[in-house]
Write a protein that binds this ligand. Structure first.
Ligand code: DON
Length: 304
């Protein structure tokens, strides 16, 4: 498999650079608006413990919503199934930052990956802790999963989002008005903006994602039962209103972020990280998705 995998990744990387339609970088977080769109990287951490990469695989990018998978794993470890009283498990059919459902559904977010849902899981991670401790626990989890301590939060990105995060402030206060936040909204959002501002390379992210592969060779940080459920949520909700399209085109559980990263899982086989900062209209990486589609086809990887 390995010679073929490397060839496939190299070819995909060349083709992505030849395509001149990179999509648009997120500009609602001004700091992310500075990132050059014409960049691409992909890494695969296999169940055999190997790592394959192509493109700018040692360039750090902002993980953003991909961190929601890690905070969800921590929140489930903390609250167990009680978490589902406060957050749903259904695809939203709306944008990641849409607020309309929240009033209809009386402050219970549709799923843990839309912003409102992730703000609630962050509140759970924060329970009984100060933001600094909660973020240390979060970073500890990511670093342990990646077996790499050189993973950090970019405070400038967190500050930039705090200064422009009116919609998330609206979400947090709305949740609080329904009694679905235990901590003050500002404290929860400070923690949320900081975990979203974690920076990693595709190599680090592919390694960090191995705890979701569910193979015996990977670190058992989360039970296999829970790993399956996290993957189910990634498949159905990981790309927001583009989740159906992503499942159709790629056929793998995955989580996107507005920094242009995508973490995809091939159960039992591999963890994939793709990155290209330009986004499509749902806020998911345009070429990252195209690359994952090609990779899944060429390697015959699908959960279906
Ligand atoms: O809350 C936000 O808007 C960002 N910190 C994260 C959004 C995000 O990454 C959506 N994913 N594609």
């Amino acid at each position: 498999m390995s010679a073929k995998l490397q060839q496939v990744l190299d070819q995909i990387s060349r083709d992505m650079h030849d395509s001149h339609d990179w999509g648009k970088v997120a500009s609602y977080i001004p700091e992310l608006g500075q990132v050059r769109p014409d960049q691409f990287a992909i890494s695969v951490a296999t169940a055999d413990g190997d790592m394959f990469s192509a493109g700018n695989a040692s360039t750090r990018f902002s993980a953003q919503s991909i961190t929601k998978v890690f905070t969800l794993a921590i929140a489930l470890g903390r609250a167990g199934d009680q978490l589902w009283r406060r957050v749903g498990r259904e695809p939203s059919g709306t944008a990641f930052n849409s607020i309309v459902q929240l009033e209809h559904e009386r402050g219970r977010p549709r799923n843990p990956f839309v912003n409102a849902g992730a703000i609630v899981t962050t509140d759970v991670v924060l329970a009984g802790r100060e933001p600094r401790e909660a973020l240390a626990e979060f970073l500890g989890f990511v670093r342990a999963a990646a077996e790499d301590d050189d993973i950090h939060i970019n405070a400038d990105v967190a500050r930039s989002e705090t200064a422009h995060g009116h919609r998330n402030f609206a979400h947090a206060h709305f949740l609080a008005s329904f009694g679905n936040l235990k901590n003050p909204p500002e404290k929860v959002l400070g923690t949320y903006f900081h975990h979203c501002a974690t920076e990693l390379t595709t190599q680090q992210l592919a390694k960090a994602g191995r705890f979701l592969v569910g193979s015996n060779t990977f670190p058992h940080m989360v039970s296999l039962d829970r790993v399956r459920r996290l993957n189910a949520l990634m498949l159905t909700c990981g790309h927001y209103d583009g989740s159906g399209e992503f499942a159709y085109r790629v056929g793998l559980p995955a989580k996107s972020g507005v920094g242009g990263g995508i973490l995809g899982i091939v159960p039992g086989k591999a963890s994939i990280a793709a990155w290209s900062p330009g986004l499509d209209r749902n806020g998911n990486s345009k070429l990252g998705t195209a690359a994952m589609e090609r990779l899944a086809q060429e390697m015959d990887w699908s959960v279906f």
